[in-house]
Write a protein that binds this ligand. Structure first.
Ligand SMILES: [Cu+2]
Length: 168
C-alpha cells in the first residue's frame, strides 16, 4: 500500500515535471521578447547602423511589446567631444526645435531633458561606450503624430535620424 502510494506520488511528480517542461515551451515562442529591444550602433562615420553594420532608417516597435529598449553602442574609437552620440525619440514635428535646444547647452553634452522628449539618452557616448535606453511605450502610444529618433550632437542630426514605427 505504501509502495503503491509512493509509486503514484512519483508518477504525480513525474507528470508535474512534464507539465512544467511543457509550460516552459512558450518561452521559446517568447523570442518576440528579443524583438522588443533594438541594438543600435553609432560609429565614427557619424551613422546609426544595425548590429551587422547596415544602415538603419527606421526602428519598428511591434504591437506585442509591453516594453522596449534601445541598446545604444558607440562602436567607434573617437572620444565623445569629437564624435559623441546619443539617442532621442520625439514627435517628428518637434525634432528641429529640440535639436536647436540641445545645441544651446554644450555643458549638458546636448542631452535633452526627459520631460521634453518621449524617450532618450541620459548621457553622451564616446567610442566604446554603451547605454540601455528604456522606451516608455505608454507615452509613445499616447501620441498620434509621426515619430522620429535622432542624435543631437552638433552636426549629426542630418545623417543620424530616422523614423520610429509604432505598430498598431
Ligand atoms: Cu551622433
Amino acid at each position: 500500500m505504501v509502495r503503491l502510494f509512493a509509486t503514484s506520488l512519483c508518477l504525480t511528480w513525474g507528470l508535474m515535471a512534464l507539465g512544467n517542461a511543457a509550460k516552459k515551451e512558450p518561452k521559446k515562442a517568447e523570442k518576440g521578447v528579443e524583438a522588443c529591444s533594438f541594438e543600435l550602433h553609432g560609429n565614427d562615420m557619424m551613422k546609426f547602423t544595425g548590429k551587422d553594420g547596415s544602415d538603419v532608417k527606421e526602428i519598428k516597435i511591434p504591437k506585442s511589446c509591453s516594453k522596449f529598449a534601445i541598446e545604444l553602442v558607440h562602436v567607434g574609437k573617437q572620444p565623445k567631444n569629437v564624435m559623441g552620440h546619443n539617442f532621442f525619440i520625439s514627435e517628428t514635428k518637434d525634432m528641429q526645435s529640440l535639436i536647436g535646444e540641445a545645441l544651446k547647452d554644450p555643458k549638458a553634452e546636448y542631452i535633452l531633458p526627459a520631460s521634453k522628449v518621449l524617450a532618450g539618452s541620459a548621457k553622451l557616448l564616446g567610442g566604446g561606450d554603451k547605454e540601455s535606453i528604456h522606451v516608455d511605450l505608454a507615452k509613445l502610444r499616447k501620441t498620434s503624430g509621426d515619430l522620429s529618433y535622432f542624435c543631437s550632437f552638433p552636426g549629426h542630426f542630418g545623417l543620424m535620424n530616422g523614423k520610429v514605427i509604432l505598430e498598431k
